[in-house]
Design a protein around this ligand. Structure first.
Ligand code: NAP
Length: 436
């Protein structure tokens, strides 16, 4: 028997567990340790609530979670309740699957003004992440800006543009739904520092914007290179550009009162306002020979009382684990950090790729683990029993999978599609629901 601790119960964590089961069969015992009392990380707190088909992947993780040799250990913060060094004394292998939940900061003047928030915070707010319960994004004025040209920027812009009716079937938290329903925002401007060919947005997510109930996309045809230039793009990316070209060729529907404006070649210089964000000062750019954005000196204002930065994420640091500052991830060699210590998913690669990209990652890290301790060999470390003892001594009360199921059945539990959660859930509420 071998004991493996996986830190983080999101996609990368569960794909790793699934792959370890394939290597070791019943000869492995896997603890999925998570700071939250409930599992599935990004699926629960990151994926947009109106993308239920993506969230459905958690059914696959549930199959793994319900197997006899996989244990969910929630409500345990590694680095606080137990250290990596201690886990290494208890488990044969430790896999960091902590994702990249921190916003990369936008380092321009005014970025700390009230009204400027990171996408992790905004996404966490509408997904019921307890850390962002008090966020209260300002939705009281007519204009918002989203900075970044990736799928997260699209998620944020779309959520700001939908009606209550369009959230039917989603699992958005009730209080976000109410706030969005009362929102005065009519224009959401998406700032991209480069051009349409340089976007990191995918066709399905872009296509949705053409079908919003009350918001119409606005794209400037002059921003595009000649049509022939699209031929050099890979097919998926070309599809995205084709959708943008269609938006540019279509007069925005006058019957729709809201606008989602794509402002390309637009680099934010600073954010200004009296005590809160009121406008973003933007510099027009062109692309230099390397494809980077170069300022032209021409500047203009974009009004915004809410500014969401969606410019990428980073993994949180962990005591004693080498960190790659530039990449915002753990320093690792194809998943190996040190002897018996590994990283997987965004903690390994940085925050790029879809949920499915984490699957091969999980399988690769399982190969590394298996190479270090071949299936069929046994170890002497105590694994779960040792962790239980340690947490007990420290008065830490973990939640297990059954606890999570009980939490789900309570009023503060997870909503099912079509029935938004009643109120913001905090770990205290969850634990109270368990009678603790
Ligand atoms: P991303 O795809 O890396 O996009 C980040 C964007 O921020 C880029 O457009 C980048 O522009 C821009 N940016 C970076 N620094 C900037 C700065 N200082 N000023 C202005 N703009 C700046 O990251 P993401 O949107 O956070 O998404 C993370 C990953 O999750 C992606 O792989 C994404 O596809 C995935 N995701 C998928 C879905 C889905 O499938 N539905 C939903 C959400 C997220 P440059 O290119 O110029 O650097």
């Amino acid at each position: 028997m071998r004991h493996v601790a996986v830190i983080g119960s999101g996609p990368a964590g569960y794909y790793s567990a699934e792959a370890l089961q394939k290597h070791y069969g019943a000869d492995v015992s896997i603890d999925m340790i998570d700071r939250m009392p409930v599992p599935y990380g990004l699926i629960r707190f990151g994926v947009a609530p109106d993308h239920q088909s993506i969230k459905a992947v958690s059914k696959r993780y549930e199959k793994v979670a319900l197997s006899d040799n996989v244990r969910f250990v929630g409500n345990v913060t590694v680095g606080q309740d137990v250290s990596i060094a201690e886990l290494q004394e208890l488990y044969d292998a430790v896999i960091l699957a902590t994702g990249a939940p921190n916003d990369r900061p936008l380092e321009i003047p005014g970025s700390n003004l009230p009204g400027v928030i990171g996408s992790a915070a905004f996404v966490g707010w509408y997904n019921g992440h307890p850390d962002f319960a008090e966020l209260a994004p300002p939705l009281d004025a007519g204009a918002a800006v989203v900075i970044g040209n990736g799928n997260v920027a699209l998620d944020c812009a779309r959520i700001l543009s939908k009606t209550r009716h369009e959230f039917e079937g989603s699992d958005i938290v009730e209080h976000a739904l109410q706030a969005l329903d009362l929102s005065a925002i009519r224009t959401v401007t998406i700032l991209g520092r480069r051009g349409p060919h340089q976007i990191a947005m995918t066709p399905k997510e872009l296509g949705e914007l053409g079908h919003l109930e009350v918001s119409a996309p606005v794209v400037e045809g002059a921003d595009f290179p000649p049509l022939e230039a699209d031929e050099a793009l890979d097919p998926g990316h070309r599809k995205s550009i084709t959708i943008l070209r269609e938006f540019a060729a279509t007069e925005p529907d006058a019957a729709k009162p809201k606008r989602m404006v794509f402002d390309f070649f637009a680099k934010p210089l600073r954010i200004e306002g009296q005590g809160r964000a009121e406008r973003v000062i933007v510099e027009r750019t062109t692309l230099d020979e390397t494809g980077a954005a170069r300022g032209t000196g021409e500047t203009y204002d974009v009004p915004a009382s809410l500014v969401i930065t969606a410019i990428g994420y980073s993994s949180p640091r962990m005591d004693g684990v080498p960190y790659d500052d530039r990449g915002g991830k753990f320093r690792n060699d194809d998943g190996r950090i040190a002897d018996r210590l590994f990283a997987v998913g965004w903690a390994r690669r940085g925050p790029t790729g879809t949920i499915g990209t984490n699957r091969p990652d999980g399988y690769e890290v399982a190969e590394l683990v298996a190479a270090q301790m071949p299936p069929g060999t046994t170890g002497t470390l105590p694994g779960a029993e040792g962790l239980k003892r340690l947490l007990n001594e420290r008065g830490v009360m973990p939640t297990d999978y059954d606890d999570w199921r009980k939490i789900e059945e309570t009023e503060v539990g997870r909503a099912r599609p079509g029935s938004p959660r009643e109120k913001f859930v905090r770990p205290e509420d969850w634990l109270r629901a368990l009678g603790r």
